[in-house]
Design a protein around this ligand. Structure first.
Ligand SMILES: Nc1nc2c(ncn2[C@@H]2O[C@H](COP(=O)(O)OP(=O)(O)OP(=O)(O)O)[C@@H](O)[C@H]2O)c(=O)[nH]1
Length: 363
């Protein structure tokens, strides 16, 4: 079957119309997936493919993105910037071959990076790889900035500064957690890092900014006519095979990712007590915790937990399991914490749970 994707140019087809790619970056837990999930519910986002990559050996991000109706390409195991660039190219080649792309239904692609990604190599790949240049073009970079944590994050993590520095749009998230008067120093700092980026300080504005970025590329970028198909409101899911595991920790020798997996459901009380305990004891060094948890008292409705440095967001309960995998999976990105220590503390709480009530003492 011949391609009818207008992005696919051959020598006889006149000037190429290439599908725009927007890179969505932002530090760990800054709200990329939340923003994307919101964005993908907008009707004008039809025909959007999403490329995400997992940090860690057990898939979780994929389950946390609401992909009931989206295009999605999953890059597993590692960080796009340093470990899966070859796979990024491969993912786009596969996307170009998909029936949806061939039918011309693909209007734009969002690449969500991991929170530790250095966007520069990703941008080089997207802009410079000849295999991509034929069908795709980089439209811009959006960077989420967590208003609650960003000052400390920018102090401690050069990756966060780089992410903000390359963005066309800076999207301030979690502004609801910060009194309005206290945002000014962060805005000033961001303007110093990247004076040219448009800064949006409201979640809805951020959402619109990203939409605007998709539809109105910045002046430095070549505008392209969007392929519109009023009948196409569908989105699609493209699994991409995982590349071999490489070291995702090369950013910093102190930063590690670990995954805890449990087959058996956990007691709510024991699990929440454990979470409180590790947050209190090691909160400084828990850069990111996210997980999907099967609780014994409600096994049909998974609980999703998110911790970002000191901030633990209220857990959410999902109406159903997003995939066949119903195991508890918790990803940790930590500084100087041994994976075995975290696992061991959870085992203690699990043992307490299974011990049952103490027998009455003889009097
Ligand atoms: N209060 C509040 N919470 C938010 C906002 N945006 C995101 N969150 C919460 O922040 C936590 C992390 O959000 P994610 O969207 O998973 O962040 P992320 O950038 O995709 O995380 P990584 O992929 O791990 O880097 C979740 O608990 C979200 O519900 C916001 O604007 N306000």
């Amino acid at each position: 079957m011949a391609f009818i994707l207008p992005t696919l140019n051959d020598d006889t087809a006149g000037p190429a119309v290439r599908v725009p790619i927007t890179v969505l970056t932002g530090f760990l837990g800054s709200g990329k997936t939340t923003l994307l999930n919101r964005l993908l519910r907008e009707p004008n986002m039809h025909g959007t493919a999403v490329v995400i990559n997992e940090f860690g050996s057990v898939g979780l991000d994929h389950d946390l993105v609401d992909h009931t109706q989206e295009n999605m390409v999953l890059l597993a195991n590692g960080c796009i910037c340093c470990t899966v660039r070859g796979d990024l190219v491969e993912a786009f080649e596969r996307l170009a071959q998909s029936p949806e792309a061939q039918r011309g239904e693909l209007r734009h692609v969002v690449v969500e990076t991991t929170g530790l990604a250095d966007p520069a190599p990703i941008l080089h790949t997207l802009m410079g790889d000849p295999r991509l240049a034929r069908h795709w073009r980089l439209a811009g970079v959006a960077c989420t900035v967590d208003a609650f944590n960003a000052m400390a994050t920018l102090d401690q993590h050069p990756e966060a500064v780089k992410q903000a520095a390359v963005a066309d749009r800076l999207l301030l998230t979690k502004t609801d957690l910060v009194p309005p008067g206290q945002l000014a120093p962060l805005c000033e700092r961001l303007r110093a890092i990247n004076p040219l980026a448009a800064l949006s300080t409201e979640p809805d504005g951020a959402l619109q900014a990203l939409l605007g970025l998709l539809e109105r590329p910045s002046a430095a970028l070549v505008p392209m006519p969007l392929q519109t198909d009023p009948d196409s409101t569908r989105s699609f899911f493209f699994p991409v095979s995982a590349p071999g595991q490489r070291d995702p920790n090369r950013h910093d020798d102190h930063i590690r990712s670990h995954v805890i997996v449990r087959e058996a459901p956990l007691s709510r009380e024991g699990f929440m007590a454990w979470l409180d305990m590790i947050a209190a004891m090691r909160g400084d060094d828990l850069l990111r915790v996210k997980g999907i948890v099967q609780l014994a008292d409600d096994p049909e409705h998974p609980m999703v937990i998110h911790g970002v440095q000191h901030l633990f967001h209220p857990p959410q309960t999902l109406p159903r399991w997003p995939s066949e995998d119903r195991r508890t999976r918790i990803v940790f990105i930590t500084r100087d914490i041994d994976a075995e220590d975290i696992d061991a503390t959870l085992r203690i709480f699990e043992r307490r749970r299974t011990r049952g009530p103490r027998p009455a003492q003889p009097v």
